[in-house]
Design a protein around this ligand. Sequence first.
Ligand code: TRP
Length: 334
Amino acid sequence: MDEAKEIVFSGIQPSGLLTIGNYIGALKSWVQLQEEFTALYCVVDLHALTVRQNPAELRRRCVETLALFIACGLDPKKNIMYCQSHVPAHAELSWLLNCHTYMGELQRMTQFKDKSQKHEDNINAGLFTYPVLMAADILLYGSHLVPIGDDQKQHLEICRDIAIRFNNAYGDTFVVPDAYIPKVGARVMSITEPSAKMSKSGEEGSYIAILDEPDAIARKLRRAVTDSDGEIRFDPEQKPGVSNLLTILHAFSGESIEALVQKLAGKGYGELKNAVAEACIAGLAPVQAEYKRILNEKSFLEEVMRDGAERAGAIAHKTMLKVRKRLGLAPYKL
Ligand code: TRP
């Protein structure tokens, strides 16, 4: 590890297919960040367990998510990619931090409130302490910068609070991280309900998966919800649907929103949707081709995962020694 570089950490759950929201809002900036920083990108399978998973599917998706990372341009020579459960220190630190986190703080988390409503039959303790595991992920590596979507700001805030509290109680131990919110695409919205964030757990027509076939992409975009005033203009408040389409078009075409609005002035929504579909299909094609190729390289993927876990584990181990000492846990020699 290059000690001079600042550390970036981020994670994505292996639950379901990643969407263009993940691509535009997260993976594209992860690719940029790996050039400048020591970057760790984690498939957070422990977080995925807060809702009931099918074991065979979860196992498969962890590898698929890693393959997709690489297909999107993440390079195992430039960063550390691994699977959260392969570094047990995440769970260990999470417990220690749980003992320094208040019930009241966790009760305020809007994601917990939303998810408890969605999964009324399984409001488990893990769902409640989800942000603490996320804090452990981040703090284990001395992360300075954490790329996240808008919806994770509150979780990063609690992570900072926990780090500061711990440092005040036991002396300087953790780096207090900052959020990195990409300028564009921090919130790619649902196609069918543009007031909500695009989510892979939403209904099928509401999101575009990175691996969707061209036909499916075009069909979903044709059904995109817009509005009735008929004017193509960027105004997320008044025109969330149209603005969302413009954001997606901007992300895939590289053209600025202003240039796109000028170009599309006077045109109908049908044309806008076509343009978005075209750019999206063209932009995803190389990623999809690369994904198919890499998925067949089983031993390569296994090696990336193993090597990532080993390198991440070495950093985590150092942090844990320090944390254990600070807390007064009895030293042990193996
Ligand atoms: N909770 C994040 C999400 O759902 C995923 C995540 C887990 C994460 N641990 C993290 C993101 C650490 C950033 C840093 O999007």
